[in-house]
Design a protein around this ligand. Structure first.
Ligand code: NAG
Ligand code: NAG
Ligand code: NAG
Length: 223
């Protein structure tokens, strides 16, 4: 019989700890101090998909020292206690056994996963790692578990014009509101968020005393 429940605990200095308790199989604990009650409704049941547990992603902010959030995750098998087995934990995936190497390190005895570097969302927005519980001969004692680690965006990129110079022209005697040129800039921060939203404005124009050009600040059109 499996016992699916989401347990909330307050343990030590960490305010919110979520533990997916599956009754049997590998457990996953998200051990970060963000306010999880915003991310997950209470009493949610983990979703089982073809014998693989889908776990909530661990969310880590880019551009900051994360060492005080360590360990960021932990896997645990009850078989160690139940059957008095010596279990070795292992993780594979991006940031561990695939480039960028060395982003995460783990403790093979405790199943704890630590982050070692400052993350850059523009470089790697998402890590998918797999956790294993192995017996003394290196055989899987449990079905491996997938852990998703999402890197949260901060506004750390300035907009960049797509060209050094934009050239526009307009015929004399053109009607008012004639399109003169389009300018364009891009921002490497997370798309469709405020961090990557760009607005445009004219800093100066000549002759300054009778300005004839205006610009639509939302869309990169130069009238
Ligand atoms: C966490 O979020 C809940 C619900 O939004 C709120 O009641 C609680 O005060 C928050 N706790 C912290 C430490 O921010
Ligand atoms: C992970 O971080 C914790 C807290 O700083 C530390 O106690 C532990 O030794 C670290 N483990 C590894 C494998 O680096
Ligand atoms: C702006 O430039 C980017 C990158 O070159 C391009 O993908 C986008 O379509 C351009 N937008 C407009 C409105 O021209």
């Amino acid at each position: 019989g499996e016992n699916h429940q989401l347990r909330r605990e307050g343990s030590g200095p960490r305010e919110h700890e979520i533990c997916f308790d599956f009754g049997d199989g590998l457990h996953f604990e998200a051990l970060h101090s963000r306010n999880e009650s915003k991310l997950l409704p209470k009493h949610i049941h983990p979703v089982r998909q073809k014998r693989a547990w889908i776990t909530a992603p661990v969310a880590l902010r880019e551009g900051e020292d994360l060492s005080r959030k360590n360990p960021i995750a932990k896997i645990h098998s009850d078989l160690a206690e139940e059957k008095k087995l010596k279990i070795t934990y292992k993780y594979t995936g991006k940031g561990i056994t695939e480039p960028p190497f060395g982003v995460f390190v783990f403790n093979k005895d405790t199943g704890e996963l630590n982050v070692t570097t400052i993350l850059d969302r523009e470089e790697t927005p998402f890590f998918l790692v797999t956790g294993y519980a192995l017996d003394e001969r290196g055989k899987n004692l449990e079905k491996p578990i997938e852990l998703r680690i999402k890197v949260l965006d901060i506004n750390d990129n300035e907009p960049v014009f797509t060209q050094d110079v934009f050239v526009g022209s307009v015929e004399e005697l053109s009607a008012a509101n004639t399109l003169v040129m389009k300018i364009n800039a891009t921002d490497a921060d997370e798309p469709n968020t405020l961090n990557s939203k760009i607005s445009y404005r004219i800093v100066s124009q000549e002759p300054a005393n009778s300005p004839v050009f205006y610009l639509n600040k939302e869309t990169p059109f130069f009238w």
